[in-house]
Design a protein around this ligand. Structure first.
Ligand code: NDP
Length: 446
């Protein structure tokens, strides 16, 4: 890192020493930006880097609701509006016990670049709560969502800030959140994406992140290794929205998915994972993935999710959560001859794991590039809502594929332009930053 990036990183490290995830994301991005900055002195003169790494604002609020026993529960709610230079703030809501300001700032910063990469006019934001949906009844989830939206609705709008889902926020939660938004505002605009099809959702949004990940990976494998998913052994971590549809598309493209996980452990099935069984366990019954063993006698289960990376595979798709794949896991994957690691989750690889994969010439794509399909189709949902139109699944899916292939091409071309060959992490950071920083310069000091 040169003077300006190093100086900014040092400043935020001192100021936010307790926000490890935010600092990790900032370091990873700043590490790529020296060349882009040195070619344009205005970026330093106008303090663009210093402004770019800080959110426009962090809104935090109390969320009070009543559980099934009649007891009052209190949670923390947040919305981080990170950067709206190229369009309204856009990014998901996460409901998970671990949610705090650091995690939402890391996700918001990543989202700014991701949304820029899609080529659509969307700024970046992120929000959520430390509410843990595990073990909650449907009524409790509904009451929590209503309480959360009662505060959040003051800060969002279809041209202001458009939230969506993330960990712990799927179709059920988006429905309850949107219901409360309607009750409070009397409006039927596209203020949330990931809505159900009968009330303004887009066909193709639910599978978009997972499908988009595989479109990106297929394009990278074809162009850079002259191969495809066909005949490849694939390991997918997680078993939520992103993991499910990534596994489904990998199988459709000819791959064999042999393992999936949840936060308790992983299942390995040498016959290939029975995806419908995982769906029933995780999405319908909201149970533990271990239950897979009951109907699959050849499968095995291991406690602890990170063991999944010791399984030999050609393609690894981390689709669960941040920092789930560390340097040791990367070493095991490399020793077992992995061809590519393509991120479906946000920042699933630690900094050390990323660096090792790139250094050893493994195909590697950061989540901000390869998981951008979800927000890209959210952008298409916003367009359909504004136009009062709905496109077919085929139309949305084909636009998604085109967007993912062009994100890959743009990341690669940018890496090559700066002499970084196949470094898609560098390409994603610089290509995403160029558009946002150019808009920030044009908009003046605001
Ligand atoms: P979900 O809530 O649908 O699923 C998360 C899954 O990950 C669950 O199966 C959960 O298991 C599992 N999990 C959590 N921690 C671990 C762990 N340490 N090891 C293995 N599995 C774990 O979330 P999504 O699928 O929506 O999101 C997954 C990732 O993708 C996140 O990083 C998110 O930010 C990112 N993402 C999501 C997008 C979307 O459109 N949904 C868009 C872009 C990125 P359990 O049931 O035990 O909790």
């Amino acid at each position: 890192m040169n003077g300006e990036t190093a100086r900014v990183l040092e400043t935020i490290k001192k100021q936010y020493y307790y926000q490890s995830e935010y600092l990790q994301a900032a370091e990873e991005i700043l590490d790529s930006l020296d060349a882009a900055i040195s070619s344009n002195p205005a970026l330093t003169d106008w303090k663009i880097i210093e402004r770019f790494v800080r959110p426009d604002r962090v809104i935090s609020f109390r969320v009070c609701w009543v559980d099934d026993k009649g007891e009052v529960q209190v949670n923390n709610g947040y919305r981080v509006q990170f950067n709206n230079a190229i369009g309204p703030y856009k990014g998901g809501l996460r409901f998970h016990a671990s949610v705090n300001e650091s995690i939402l700032k890391f996700l918001g910063l990543e989202q700014v670049l991701k949304n820029s990469l899609t080529g659509l006019p969307m700024g970046g934001g992120k929000g959520g709560s430390d509410f843990d949906p595990h073990g909650k009844s449907d009524g409790e989830v509904m009451r929590f969502c209503q309480a959360f939206m009662t505060e959040l609705h003051r800060y969002i709008g279809d041209d202001i800030d458009v939230p969506a889902g993330d960990i712990g926020v799927g179709g059920r939660e988006i429905g309850y959140l949107y219901g409360q938004y309607k009750r409070l505002t009397h409006r039927s605009d596209g203020v949330l994406t990931g809505k159900g099809i009968p009330f303004g959702g887009s066909l193709g949004r639910t599978p978009a992140t997972g499908y988009g990940l595989c479109y990106f990976a297929e394009a990278a494998m074809k162009k850079l290794r002259n191969t495809t998913f066909a005949g490849k052994t694939v390991v997918v971590s997680g078993s939520g929205n992103v993991a499910h549809y990534a596994a489904e598309k990998a199988i459709q493209l000819g791959g064999k998915v042999v393992a999936m996980s949840d936060s308790s452990g992983y299942v390995f099935d040498p016959n290939g994972i029975d995806l419908e069984a995982v769906y029933q366990i995780k999405q319908v019954r909201r149970a533990r993935i271990k239950e897979y063993l009951a109907d699959h006698p050849k499968a095995t289960y291991c406690d602890g999710p990170s063991g999944i990376w010791s399984l030999p595979c050609d393609v690894a798709l981390p689709c669960a959560t941040q920092n789930e794949l560390d340097e040791n896991d990367a070493k095991k994957l490399i020793a077992n001859g992995v061809l590519g690691v393509f991120e479906g989750a946000n920042m699933p690889c630690t900094l050390a794991a990323q660096r090792l994969l790139i250094e050893k010439g493994i195909l590697y794509s950061p989540g901000k590039a390869s998981n951008a399909g979800g927000v890209a189709v959210s952008g298409l949902e916003m367009s359909q809502n504004s136009m009062r139109l709905s496109w077919s699944f085929e139309e949305v899916d084909s636009r998604l594929k085109t967007i993912m292939e062009s994100i890959f091409e743009n990341c690669l071309a940018t890496a090559v332009k700066y002499g970084k060959q196949e470094n898609l992490l560098f390409g994603a950071n610089v290509y995403g930053f160029e558009k946002v920083s150019s808009a920030m310069l044009s908009l003046g000091v605001i």
